[in-house]
Design a protein around this ligand. Sequence first.
Ligand code: GLY
Ligand code: MN
Length: 464
Amino acid sequence: MFYKKTYSERRAQLRKDIEKGLIVFPANNEAAANYAGNPYPFRQDSNFLYFFGLKTPGMAGVIDVDSDTDWLYADDLTMDDIIWMGHLPKVEQQAESTGITRTGSIGDLQELLHKAALSKRKVHFVNPYRSEIAAKLASWLSVPVGKIVEMQSVELIKAIVKQRSIKSSEEIEEIENAMIIAHQMHGAAMRMAKQGVYEYQIAGALQGIAASHNGSMSFTPIVSIHGETLHNHHYGEQLCEGRMLVVDAGAETYNHYCSDITRTTPVGGKFSKKQKEIYEIVLKANMATIETVKPGVPYRDYHLNACKIIFDGLKDLGLTKGDTEEAVRSGAHALFMPHGLGHFMGLDVHDMENMGENLFGYDDEIKRSSQFGLAYLRLGRRLAQGFVLTDEPGIYFIPALIDLWESQSKFSQFINYDKIENYRDFGGIRIEDDLLITKDGAQVLGPRIPKTVEEIEAWCSVEK
Ligand code: GLY
Ligand code: MN
């Protein structure tokens, strides 16, 4: 948790940015895995963390814009809770640690919100991603649960995004801590990428490294020799030479800030000529963003530039043909890179995604495209100093997609389907770094993780 001043200032800013009413931030609840006493590892809601900093489940924070006061609502533990789950500071003490002097019980909150609903007072909240929280809000506001989505406050979302998208120095320090863990995770994974090892052995090692830093994984890791499946969460394959291992994994610190890194390693640690050729194209696309990115330019431009580099690189290998500008404008490159170049990162690995990407990744000027590939770009708007985002181009050979497009002769003026046959079993390559947008460029966060062909081969040649 940061100093309480941080949370007080964030809430004060919100009170300035919201015209009137009450702002409610429900904390997350414990979620039962197979029965109530055996919950999933608890993860606090990121907005609650951002404005209140407390890890305790079941609380709610309220910012009363009209009376300029902040409140923490929670019930103190019962003796049964203390016996089974241990002690927690009293609600007043927890409130004090986040700069709040006013507290109430959950019953008090219920009454406050019932009254607000009756008097038609504006109650701002973000549409919850957990059904239990939606049900709670619906009961507090005396509305059917189905109405909660349409009642969410866009005014509130925009005010939250305004703050959360610009990272403070204390947040950057936390993200750097998450990068240090990711650096260890990826270094270990690369050296484990040997013939005969199972993917789950590497996935398990990564989880152990995060846990050994009192952290966790920032998302379910991708550890796969089938990197062509973008979010592959299956770990059953045995590594064999000739395949590339995609490891897309990041850590979440004890204070819940994330890292999100991808490295792709040839099994055995030595690139074949074919692997190296594709890898160098992806690396060029990744570096082009690092070298040129700056505030004021839409991230969509960097995405499109990366797509052009990929299309051109594949043209040099004979896999694509024709005019690059035209091909990328029409979306032909998406056969090889069907996802976006990157996303915001912070308290969430896809930061703020629960609030709707179109409300923070796009704006009135830059609207989301519906074109296959470009539609998956989560962040298209102009960049600003203090943004933290990922730069993660890739090239994938997805047999089902190749077959579909080929059967439709889709973009046959741009794609040499006969040449692609030689790559059907190639898999995929992705390279991902996390960038802080600075005054006139970008800083790659974290210690350097081997990334060039030479660095990876040298790193893998050392016995672990
Ligand atoms: N690291 C997974 C993703 O960005 O979707
Ligand atoms: Mn990512």
